[in-house]
Ligand binder design. Sequence first.
Ligand code: HPA
Ligand code: ZN
Length: 322
Amino acid sequence: EQLRQAVTAMPKAELHIHIEGSLEPELIFALAERNGVRLAYPSVDALRQAYAFKDLQSFLDIYYAGASVLLQEQDFYDMTAAFLERCERDNVRHAEIFFDPQTHTARGVAMETVVSGIHRACQDSPVSATLIMCFLRHLSEEDALATLDAALPHRDKLIGVGLDSSEVGHPPEKFARVFARCRDLGLHLVAHAGEEGPPAYIASALDVLKVERLDHGVRILEDAALTARVAREGIALTVCPLSNTKLRVFDQMRDHNLVQLLDAGLLATVNSDDPAYFGGYMNDNFIAVFESLPLTLAHAKTLARNSFAASFLPAEQKRRFL
Ligand code: HPA
Ligand code: ZN
């Protein structure tokens, strides 16, 4: 109980949050009404009932359907503002927010609408917030390159790029050219790797894409040499415990490998991924792992420290938080 108090009160950084995954069912229905979008579910409760996933793909199908209510700049603003208010309650002082522009531009929403709405909410919040644009890996690299071009007028509003959506069958090397261009632009690079995909995808995210941080990465322990290398190089893993159990990466929280990741010397962090879909925000994730795993106050401090250390904040701002 004391540990729970300490863990929830600690200042933290959130490094793995898909903003479209923060869209709560109530807001989905409110935006559907505002925009005259017809939903496949009759009520908030019916939609929430559908949140029973068997793997990543079964989640993605419903997550993309939920995002279909986002049309106007104000919709993107309202979604982001609601998330940043939750950050304040959870003592999240800094958030590096993923967004998926292709989910919206494919429906005819302009890149400008997406980026401006999300960015304006970040500017209006007391929480430090920066943006990472993600490419959808189930689409082609040509589509990703066109998306990067469309985002170039907003280069100043992005700190980095990432890679998300269906992992297996879409290895990192599929996006070698677009990541090389992003690197030349001075953008920070991250990618989802080793969530459902094998350790080989983690290796190619590092060696081909040259990512600075691994999103999920929990399957890394299947490769001891790779684990040792990532620990030595200080490359962080943005672990998402509630996501991992909801998407059956681990059957139950007591099976989660967070303790082993830390014991292996990896710079692991705790994050929420898609909090509206997976049953909780930052503190819910911390509470869930501390309830189910043999974690101590020392681990809590390490995880909070890791979250700022692994962030893309400039060194002097990191020092303020650490
Ligand atoms: N994995 C891949 N793509 C995603 C995820 C995830 O956990 N969440 C939202 N898009
Ligand atoms: Zn994710």
